[in-house]
Design a protein around this ligand. Structure first.
Ligand code: ADP
Length: 387
């Protein structure tokens, strides 16, 4: 039986799935390595109804990938689909990863130094583990490559745009999944849609007829909304001040903005929304207030980009599960035509408001987007291994 493996390496977690290569992807097993970089990373594997865990100890990304590849070593893998954070200006679709493309993508590591090297290390490890398999890259930036120029450029001198200093936008696999789901669920109801992907990373995307026209994330995965440990939108003057007046090094500033800010920095407690909601401290409440306020503010901005709003979608760990956060975000958006139904919201119904603006909760599935992309690409190439 031929199978497809998907690998989705984030900053602290690596998710994976194995799909049967049938007429469309059918999930066989899935799992994740959690808490990378901590003292006790764990591997969880789910197979139908059954689950098993394995303690891995204090391991890094490379060892996490090895643990996953060992776990699936007995599967007949014909293709591996990789989530790759940065596809640069060129890659607006999934791509076969040969040496030329890989070296191109290695050049982009400078644009995403905390993520791209891990993604590419995963590709190299999968090539070694499954030398016969095709490796395919699915880029988080690709879904946003059609942005109009005003949403693509910064107001810097022209030569910086030419050097690739642009607003790329991220979370593209998640947004592609949501756009495809909306087209399936309600083909006529989402001409102007804002999707809020709220997990450890968080961003908004404005969709017009299922195509991305704007994202709150820009050049890096730091911009826009505050996140678990990332600052979100910040006056660049702050970075200059920290560098010039506080004498902080580039590495210290990077650690501050990527790892110590956001919900964690504001609460002084945790990056985990559940912990903040349960803690009851003033600082935790302020962190949640700030998060909700910035989401609301950006929803207004995205509605302006779209010239109105037909549909608002919540997804990601927080967006899918926290009724309290959704209610807080929507509380003052009545002027936009948003009125949550409290009961539906507290039950996590798929439609939590069917007023002028339909508000939905749609669980995302980046792995399925990767698997579908692999299928489509293999299909177009007429691979003998797939239907
Ligand atoms: P990642 O971006 O790492 O994939 P997730 O999408 O899994 O992250 O989201 C993680 C976030 O979701 C954490 O802040 C976690 O607290 C939050 N979360 C998960 N379940 C709930 C819940 N029931 N209520 C509130 N927040 C939740």
């Amino acid at each position: 039986m031929s199978n497809i493996l998907t690998l989705n390496a984030g900053s602290a977690t690596i998710k994976f799935s194995v799909y049967h290569a049938g007429t469309s992807p059918v999930l066989r097993l899935s799992g994740h390595v959690d808490a990378l970089g901590s003292d006790d990373a764990t591997l969880t594997v789910g197979h139908g109804e059954s689950r098993h865990f394995r303690h891995l100890g204090p391991i890094d990304h490379a060892a996490g990938i090895r643990a996953i590849l060992e776990e699936v070593a007995s599967e007949h893998i014909v293709a591996v689909g990789h989530r790759i954070v940065h596809g640069g200006t060129e890659h607006d679709a999934p791509a076969l990863l040969d040496e030329a493309v890989l070296s191109d993508l290695e050049q982009l590591s400078a644009f995403a130094p905390l993520h791209q090297p891990h993604n590419l290390a995963g590709v190299r490890a999968a090539m070694a583990a499954f030398p016969q398999a095709v490796q395919i890259g699915c880029f988080d930036t690709a879904f946003h490559r059609g942005h109009p120029w005003v949403n693509d450029a910064f107001a810097l001198p022209r030569e910086y745009y030419a050097k690739g200093i642009r607003r790329y936008g991220f979370h593209g696999l998640s947004y592609r999944y949501i756009a495809e789901e909306l087209a399936r669920i309600d083909p006529d109801g989402h001409e102007r849609c804002v999707v809020a992907h709220l997990g450890n990373g968080a961003s908004l995307c404005a969709l017009r007829d299922g195509h991305s026209v704007s994202s709150t994330m820009g050049f890096s995965a730091l911009d826009g909304l505050p996140m678990g440990t990332r600052c979100g939108q910040l006056d660049p003057g702050v970075v200059l001040y920290l560098f010039q007046q506080e004498g902080m090094s580039a590495e210290q500033i990077s650690d501050l903005l990527y790892l110590e800010s956001g919900l964690k920095g504001l609460s002084g407690l945790s990056n985990d929304m559940r912990v903040l909601q349960d803690s009851g401290t003033k600082e935790s409440q302020q962190a949640i207030d700030y998060f909700a306020f910035r989401i609301r503010r950006e929803i207004g901005a995205m509605a302006a980009v779209l010239g109105g709003l037909d549909c608002l979608v919540f997804t990601g760990g927080i967006g899918e599960n926290s009724a309290a956060l959704r209610a807080k975000v929507c509380a003052d958006l009545g002027w936009l035509g948003i009125a949550l139904q409290d009961e539906a919201n507290s039950r996590n119904d798929p439609v939590i408001s069917d007023g002028k603006v339909v508000v939905r909760v749609v669980p995302t599935n980046e792995e399925l987007v990767i698997a579908r992309s692999v299928f489509n690409l293999l299909d177009r190439q007429g691979s003998p291994e797939t239907p």
